[in-house]
Design a protein. Structure first.
Length: 245
């Protein structure tokens, strides 16, 4: 997976955007909902939920906010939420997938379609771009303060059932099959590793460079999608030209 550092490429930008928009709690709430919905709403029986709850504590998220997100997943919050995936093309024909968590499909569909239209893109049909992405388990262990070398980390990851690992200056990025992610996560936690991320996500098979004259439109599209309250994740099969952030 060398050269496909998801953590390195998006972490700084997304963290800055979340902080700027005051969306940190909102993003954690979605993560809590998804973790509780996918497993047991009791954190004692759900390692993924415990991981997100730890992030909530680190962000000083109020306990009431945490419990509301879990209650929604348990059907105790009133509104019923569902996950919907949208596929589309950004400026210059770049492939973009949008994962939304919504209690109103019509509202979300209209907002996503409007974002693509406003910024020179177009919403596609099911399957129009999803074939350009691979679904994988993705685990990140930060290197700061970790007394483990690359060889040891790789052996521990492979022993846990991982497929591959990528190393950056900041982190170890571990890749698994989607179905193996929970067992690999649990095995690494059992070895006392602190996980920064443990999720199933999408990786582009190939990355297309955004045309230089379309970069402003493209950045506007991604910003508008990520600022939508219903949008959980935006997956991009694109990169900006060198020197443009």
């Amino acid at each position: 997976m060398s050269g496909h550092s998801k953590w390195h490429n998006i972490q700084g930008r997304k963290n800055a955007q979340d902080a700027k928009r005051g969306k940190i709690f909102q993003k954690i709430s979605r993560d809590l909902y998804q973790a509780a919905k996918a497993g047991d709403p009791d954190p004692a029986n759900n390692p993924q939920l415990r991981l997100v709850m730890e992030k909530a504590r680190s962000a000083n998220m109020p306990k009431d906010n945490v419990q509301r997100a879990i209650d929604k997943a348990s059907g105790l919050g009133g509104a019923k939420f569902e996950e919907i995936t949208y596929e589309g093309y950004g400026p210059g024909g770049t492939a973009v997938m949008v994962l939304a968590l919504t209690d109103n499909k019509n509202r979300t569909a209209a907002a996503v379609r409007s974002a693509f239209t406003h910024h020179g893109g177009a919403l596609g049909t099911d399957g129009s771009v999803s074939y350009m992405f691979d679904r994988k388990g993705y685990i990140v262990i930060l290197r700061d303060g970790l007394d483990t070398d690359e060889d040891t980390m790789l052996m521990d990851a492979l022993d846990a059932g991982a497929e591959d690992m990528n190393t950056t200056d900041d982190a170890f990025e571990i890749y698994t099959t989607p179905s193996d992610m929970p067992s690999v996560r649990d095995a690494l936690q059992a070895k006392k590793y602190d996980l920064d991320t443990a999720e199933v996500t999408m990786f582009p098979e190939n990355v297309m460079e955004v045309p230089e004259d379309k970069t402003s439109q493209y950045q506007g599209l991604i910003d508008e999608l990520e600022s939508d309250d219903d949008v959980s994740d935006v997956y991009e099969a694109a990169k900006l030209p060198e020197g443009i952030e």
